[in-house]
Ligand binder design. Structure first.
Ligand code: SF4
Ligand code: SF4
Length: 238
């Protein structure tokens, strides 16, 4: 059921976001860095794609080539929780500009299974190492709201940098083939220690204007029914 909810959130957001203009094109990849964070569910989707396409050796090589990633200080929902309780939160810098290990000649090697953070990243101007991406504030806010929902969906499971979550999931027997191809078996344990546990949704950090724009998107998502239950009820654990 979690997979169906995830898919519905991703699809509904893509539909909503299709009215926002951007200059992103295949082969344009300055945004593909090692800053990507994912949930365990998104990691499982990537690993399923790897198994279906017989790319276990490819993935193991990529994960071994990549130096240990920077550890995000906190999850998106943890950050929101601290802010909503009136305290100062420092999420840390997302300044790692090292290219994503899955980038090959400007193209994503796991494109059909790429996580939400990659799917939602767009820019109205062509960006580069010295030119940050630019999008409307409400688009950024809506992307963050979706990330919060996705984290809530995966609460208590791994949340962290993409390479770390993938390595951590190699501990599961279905991914043994990738684990066996790693050059160093301690990589999995080290990666597990760098992940966080996904947190439940504490609420959103939205301005009144953003809330007005994003509310219909949220209402549409919450109303979707999966196996006879609304997504709102599923997310509320009913
Ligand atoms: S976000 Fe920037 S680097 Fe990435 S595809 Fe769009 S324009 Fe290119
Ligand atoms: S997973 Fe694919 S889309 Fe995401 S950063 Fe890496 S290469 Fe880019």
């Amino acid at each position: 059921m979690k997979e169906a909810v995830y898919k519905a959130i991703v699809e509904k957001f893509a539909e909503w976001a299709s009215t926002y203009s951007h200059v992103c094109r295949k082969g344009c990849s300055a945004c593909c860095t090692q800053n990507v964070t994912i949930t365990a569910l998104e990691g499982e989707n990537i690993l399923a794609y790897i198994r279906e396409n017989g790319k276990e050796a490819w993935l193991a090589e990529k994960l071994c080539q990549t130096p240990p990633s920077s550890r995000p200080r906190m999850t998106t929902n943890e950050f929101a929780h601290i802010c909503l309780s009136g305290r100062e939160a420092d999420p840390g810098e997302s300044s790692v500009l090292t290219p994503c290990p899955f980038l090959e000649e400007g193209v994503c090697g796991i494109y059909p299974a790429r996580p939400f953070s990659c799917r939602c990243f767009i820019s109205e101007i062509r960006c580069s190492a010295s030119q940050p991406a630019h999008v409307q504030e409400c688009y950024l806010s809506a992307s963050t709201v979706m990330m919060q929902l996705i984290e809530h969906l995966g609460q208590k499971e791994y949340w962290g940098n993409m390479q770390d979550v993938l390595l951590a999931l190699c501990d599961i027997s279905i991914n043994r083939e990738v684990a066996e191809k790693l050059d160093d078996s301690t990589r999995i344990m080290q990666a597990r220690l760098r992940t966080h546990s996904a947190r439940p949704l504490p609420g959103f950090l939205l301005s009144e204007e953003d809330e007005r724009i994003i509310e219909p998107l949220l209402a549409d998502i919450f109303a979707i029914r999966i196996d006879g239950k609304s997504i709102k009820d599923i997310l509320n654990g009913k």
